[in-house]
Design a protein around this ligand. Structure first.
Ligand SMILES: [Mg+2]
Ligand SMILES: [Zn+2]
Length: 207
């Protein structure tokens, strides 16, 4: 049966977007924003050569908060898929949660409220599993925060955590994996590393 590596998007595959003028940090909502992080292409090649297929599972609450439109996120996602394809990496599907429990008055009201797909819930991963037909027991969820690890475990996948130091001001784990142990002692990734190469090598070696 097929094995998959499901990847978080922001701060896992691509960098967050910083506006140097205002200091505002956001997530990519334009193709020009998409900057693949160091180690991503090499890490994905290691996993590809070990037989993994790839998909992306991403929380994108921006449209529910009125920050930008769903279509803008989808264009940025398409740019990411194209950039990776040019490196010989195929992304089978990108699944996003566009919801947010509270939203804002400017947000799309149809996207505001509880849903079954926003990580740490497993909905995105369950959708990908039924769409792509991979074996959950042989598959992994890799991301940069607690919600990725919890969603992966809830969907029956093994989990990898990337916690690069000094990389992302948004990342609650920027102090390292020990910060996760403080925040959520019950959340334990199966492997962790400072970038996708380290995590990929551990996934390939995982017994
Ligand atoms: Mg992330
Ligand atoms: Zn959702």
């Amino acid at each position: 049966m097929m094995k998959a590596c499901i990847l978080d998007r922001d701060a896992t595959l691509i960098d967050v977007v910083r506006d140097d003028e205002s200091g505002v940090i956001t997530t990519a909502f334009h193709p020009a924003h998409v900057r693949i992080l160091p180690g991503v292409v090499e890490g994905l090649r290691i996993l590809r050569d070990d037989g993994y297929i790839f998909a992306v599972a991403s929380n994108q609450p921006g449209p529910a908060k009125g920050h930008f439109r769903v279509e803008a996120v989808e264009r940025a996602n398409a740019a990411l898929v194209d950039l990776l394809r040019a490196e010989g990496i195929e992304i089978a599907h990108v699944e996003c949660c566009f919801h947010h429990p509270e939203g804002t008055p400017q947000g799309d009201p149809s996207l505001i409220g509880e849903c079954a797909c926003r990580k740490p819930k497993p909905g995105l991963l369950l959708k990908l599993q039924s769409r792509l037909g991979f074996d959950p027991k042989a598959s992994w969820m890799v991301g940069d925060n607690e919600g990725d690890v919890r969603a992966g475990a809830a969907a029956g996948l093994k989990t990898g955590l990337i916690f690069a130091l000094n990389r992302c001001e948004l990342c609650p784990l920027r102090a390292g994996v020990s910060s996760l142990e403080r925040i959520r002692p019950d959340v334990r990734p199966d492997v962790h590393g400072a970038n996708l190469v380290e995590v990929a090598n551990q996934i390939v070696a995982f017994a």
